[in-house]
Design a binder for this molecule. Structure first.
Ligand code: NDP
Length: 338
């Protein structure tokens, strides 16, 4: 039985735009988010592509997020831009700030954009990649709803708190990777539960507080383990500080408003740091990146982190992407109810 339909990337983008507009999102915001949805279907992670649209829509229809956000951005220190997302999606504010952030990084060597009062449901790779394409090194963090227990603890404190790193690579696409602070992403746990299979490794706690690979048990406790034991928990801590504390966003543990609206994400905080390597005094910076990458490539099965997206991109651009017919039906129903 054919349970998928092939869509071109233009069709994916048009579908995402229509779903968002039917949910009440304004023209500009829906353009920004439709682009991210299309890029996620193209490069991965596809869990953050069309499958994510119902969560965007839910955030508007429940009155939790602002579908017509007008973010504001203020320069509050020589290298610091501070944003207020107007309760809309972070990427709208980040798009507005990008040009100034790049200019400030080139001027000062380093600059940062922080944003509070904003939502983030996407992959962070799309926040850093444009900066690396402009020749900068970039680091992005955002805090999210509390699901990750501190190492040795029983109660979630951190979000799945993702981070992304990107740097330019001479003669090729930038190196760009992003990852959550949990061992396994929530979406993957949900998928394993739906398919009735155990996870490859313990990724959360059961009701007795023991590590388990049973996805149903983890979904019941909503308690995920950080990746790499205490080391991942420390990274989640760093992201909570650089994301929520620095920007003034909601802490991952402060979930009340989100729960009230039944939303998946919190109104958190995000920070994007841009570094101009040409202002740091090492004229051979590009050679260092090339050398690191060449030591990884051809090293048995190793590959440069994040390069998987480039292969997926070529394939998706040439052939389109196969989308579940059930998901397409769900999105069409949402549009007709909009
Ligand atoms: P993965 O573990 O799937 O991948 C992490 C990174 O490693 C990716 O950049 C991936 O890129 C790369 N990678 C994967 N396998 C290899 C390999 N064998 N060798 C080298 N590199 C590899 O990601 P997560 O499950 O941790 O996170 C999934 C997504 O969820 C991320 O995009 C993240 O930004 C997003 N997220 C967003 C949240 C939010 O609040 N907005 C919250 C949490 C997560 P590639 O495979 O393309 O090379």
């Amino acid at each position: 039985m054919n349970s998928t339909q092939l869509l071109s990337l233009a069709e994916v983008r048009a579908l995402a735009k229509s779903v968002l507009v039917s949910a009440g999102m304004d023209d500009h915001g829906s353009d920004v988010i439709a682009d991210i949805v299309m890029c996620s279907e193209r490069d991965g992670p596809r869990s953050h592509g069309l499958r994510n649209l119902p969560f965007y829509v839910q955030s508007f229809t429940s009155g939790y997020a602002n579908a017509a956000a007008t973010p504001t951005i203020e320069r509050i220190a020589p290298g610091v831009l501070r944003g207020d997302g107007d309760n809309g999606y972070y990427q709208i504010a980040a798009n507005m700030a990008r040009e100034d952030l790049i200019a400030l990084a080139r001027q000062n060597g380093i600059a940062a954009f922080t944003c509070a009062n904003c939502h983030h449901l996407g992959a962070l790779r799309f926040d850093t990649e444009p900066l690396a394409e402009a020749g900068l090194v970039a680091l992005a963090v955002v805090n999210s709803l509390s699901l990750v227990v501190p190492h040795g603890g029983l109660r979630p404190v951190f979000g799945t708190n993702p981070m992304s790193f990107a740097c330019p690579r001479e003669g090729g696409a930038p190196v760009v990777w992003d990852q959550a602070s949990s061992t396994v992403a929530l979406m993957d746990i949900k998928m394993a539960a739906a398919e009735g299979r155990a996870l490859p490794q313990p990724a959360g706690l059961d009701a007795q507080g023991h590590p388990t690979a049973d996805p149903e048990a983890i979904l019941e406790t909503q308690s995920l383990l950080p990746f790499g034991a205490h080391k991942g928990a420390a990274i989640a801590f760093l992201i909570e500080v650089l994301g929520a504390a620095l920007a003034g966003g909601t802490l991952s543990v402060d979930n009340e408003q989100r729960k009230e609206h039944g939303a998946l994400n919190i109104k958190g905080g995000a920070t994007l740091i841009a570094i101009d390597p040409t202002r740091f005094g090492n004229v051979a910076f590009d050679d260092y990146i090339s050398r690191i990458c060449s030591e990884i490539e051809g090293n048995d099965d190793a590959r440069v982190p994040g390069d998987g997206r480039l292969k997926k991109r070529v394939e998706a651009e040439a052939k389109g992407v196969a989308v579940s017919k059930d998901l397409l039906a769900q999105l069409k129903t949402m549009m007709s109810q909009g």
